[in-house]
Every structure is written in structure tokens, then in C-alpha cells.
Design a protein around this ligand. Structure first.
Ligand code: GLY
Length: 346
């Protein structure tokens, strides 16, 4: 078992990575807890035993269930079992489950403890770590709110009391789910230069957790460095929306990473060789597709990227590679964003 500490003053917590790590769950629960609300989804391949009386609550699959209505249903469930502020919510699943359960925990009694048991690669290396929780709020007709499906518009920073990454769950994941996790891993490759795929599975996941833990410890509320975790994500969010989520998050991030390289090259920030390096890593090493989906409208993608939550001031905002490494770049023109998209095969 590998343990990574997320150091956050009085709210520090451990992340356990390893096969069978779920056996540590009961030890991770707050000593005040007398009962547990387990939030999960149908088909999650991991059973947990919190060692206390517990009730399971299932949420639906898909972005359309990532709503305030689901949070309300969960909170009504918490009420039905008499979950107090001394008790604990345990999420068991991927990023959607930890986002929704985390937000319900942040809201119930103005905040009860939550422990995430992550069962997907993407959840382990990203979503379960760092305390971002939330749900979507598409707002029809309000520019900037409906365009990207209102993704994670309502949420809270609510750090878990602990995170368990049980590698047993990965053996059951469909190849597509694993691909999605590799998309986020490729992102870490560019943030650090680490050759993650030369490591064992456990070391690789632990290293991603460590990278994220360091960034979150430095900038919990994304006033600076944490934004770098959005490398490749500006185009990715637009692609997810424009394809109606037929392109999954990690797949979209893979395309978003090579797009960010094309754009950085266009803006004179990196060489043509460095763009090629993005292809070599994302396509060659991480074995992810990098072409734009056939028939997609580049104009629509630029339009959608203009509604990204991270836009700062005029123009578009991206996280881009450059002479000092990856950094936030504001004020990018739509013309440059479009021209970089045209360099990408579809
Ligand atoms: N997934 C990006 C972050 O946690 O900041």
C-alpha cells in the first residue's frame, strides 16, 4: 500500500493506493461516526464494508443525473436514516459519484465528513483528490451558462477525510474507461515531464496523486497554480459538449492536449518539435486518439471555448506550454484559436 498525504493545515488527509485498499475504509472514518451513507451507482464492481451500520444510495449514470435534484434525493435519503453531522458519507465510484456525493456531504447539515473510495482510473488520479465537488446547471438562454451544459456550475470545495484508490477495481474497467484515465495521466506527463508509464501501476497512480496533492496544497481554491490542472481541458469541454458526450472526458482531454500544443506553437511559445512531442506522448506512449471527431464544426468549438468558466478578461483563456513550462495564457484571439484547430486532422 502506498500512502500519499494531502497537506492542508487542519484538513490534511491520506490517500491510500493499492490492491485491497478498501479494507482500510473503516480506519479512515471519523471516530465520531455512528452510521454511514454510502453513495454509489449500479454496476460499481467494488463492495465496501465501512464497519458501521450503513445504507446504500444509488445515483443515476450520465451527466443528466449530475443535478441538484440528485443532491436533494440524496439528502432526503440521509434524513431518512438520521445521518447526523457527526456521521459520514462514503462515495464508491468514479468522478461523477465523488463530485455529487461530495457536494451532498458539503451541504448536508452544512457539511459532514466524506471519504471517497475511487473505482476508476480517472477518479483516482484526478476527481477524488483535491476537494472539488459539484453538479451541473444548464441555464437555457443565458449566454455562458447553457453553452457548456452548465458543467459543475454549482459546487463547493469540500475536502474528503480520506481517499481510497483500490486497484482491484481497475481490473474490471472497460478499455474505454482506462483510456479516459490515461488522458488525464498524459496531462500530468506535460506538467512534470515524468515518464509515468515506465512505473508500476501502483507507483504511477500514486505519483499522479502526489503531483495533484502538491498542487492542491499550494493553491486549494485555484487562484493560481491549480489552474494548470486544466491543461488540455478548454478544447476538451467544448468537444464533450459538441459531441453530446459521445466523446468521454479523458478522450477529449487527449485531443485537447495536442490542440494546446498547436496553439502554443502558433503563438510562438513552443517549437514544432515540441508539438510533435505532444503527439509522440499522447498518441505514441499513451495510445490515445488525437484527431478531431469527423465532421465537427471548428467554428462551433471556438464559439464554445469562449464560454469556458476560466476565461479571464478579453479573448480566450488557455493553459499552454511555453519556455517556462505550462502556464495560463489569457487574451488569445478567436482567429488564433481557429487557425490552430485547422492544423489538426479530423
Ligand atoms: N480536476 C481539476 C482540479 O481538481 O482542479
Amino acid at each position: 500500500m502506498i500512502t500519499i498525504r494531502v497537506p492542508l493545515d487542519g484538513r490534511s488527509y491520506d490517500v491510500f493506493v493499492g490492491h485491497g485498499a478498501r479494507s482500510e475504509l473503516s480506519a479512515m472514518l471519523p471516530s465520531t461516526a455512528r452510521r454511514v451513507a454510502v453513495v454509489t451507482q449500479s454496476g460499481i464492481p467494488l463492495e465496501v464494508d465501512p464497519g458501521l451500520p450503513f445504507e446504500c444510495f444509488e445515483i443515476g449514470h450520465g451527466e443528466e443525473h449530475k443535478t441538484l435534484h440528485t443532491v436533494e434525493t440524496l439528502c432526503r435519503g440521509f434524513a431518512s436514516i438520521g445521518l447526523t453531522r457527526n456521521d459520514v458519507v462514503v462515495s464508491v465510484g468514479g468522478g461523477m459519484v465523488s463530485d455529487v456525493a461530495g457536494f451532498a456531504a458539503a451541504s448536508w447539515h452544512r457539511g459532514v465528513a466524506v471519504v471517497h473510495v475511487s473505482t476508476t482510473l480517472l477518479g483516482m488520479v484526478d476527481a477524488a483528490i483535491g476537494g472539488k465537488t459539484g453538479v451541473n446547471l444548464p441555464v437555457a438562454g443565458v449566454d455562458g451558462l447553457d453553452k457548456l451544459g452548465g458543467k459543475n456550475l454549482i459546487g463547493a470545495y469540500w475536502q474528503p477525510s480520506g481517499v481510497i484508490c483500490d486497484l482491484d477495481a481497475l481490473a474490471t474497467l472497460p478499455p474505454r474507461e482506462l483510456r479516459c484515465g490515461r488522458g488525464e495521466m498524459a496531462k500530468y506527463h506535460f506538467l512534470t515531464g515524468d515518464d509515468l508509464l515506465t512505473m508500476s501501476e501502483a507507483e504511477r497512480i500514486a505519483r499522479c496523486v502526489q503531483i495533484k496533492a502538491d498542487i492542491v496544497a499550494d493553491d486549494e481554491r485555484e487562484s493560481g497554480r491549480r489552474a494548470l490542472l486544466n491543461y488540455g481541458h478548454t478544447l476538451a469541454h467544448a468537444l464533450e459538449t459538441e459531441t453530446g458526450h459521445s466523446l468521454a472526458h479523458g478522450e477529449a482531454v487527449a485531443i485537447g492536449l495536442v490542440y494546446a500544443a498547436h496553439l502554443a506553437h502558433r503563438l510562438g511559445r513552443i517549437s514544432r518539435e515540441r508539438v510533435q512531442r505532444h503527439y509522440d506522448v499522447v498518441r505514441g506512449i499513451y495510445e490515445l486518439a488525437t484527431d478531431l471527431p469527423e465532421g465537427i464544426s471548428r467554428e462551433r468549438l471556438v464559439h464554445l471555448m469562449g464560454f469556458d468558466k476560466k476565461v479571464l478578461g478579453d479573448g480566450l483563456t488557455f493553459v499552454l506550454d511555453g519556455p517556462s513550462g505550462v502556464e495560463v495564457v489569457a487574451g488569445v484571439s478567436a482567429a488564433d484559436a481557429f487557425a490552430a484547430l485547422r492544423e489538426m486532422p479530423a
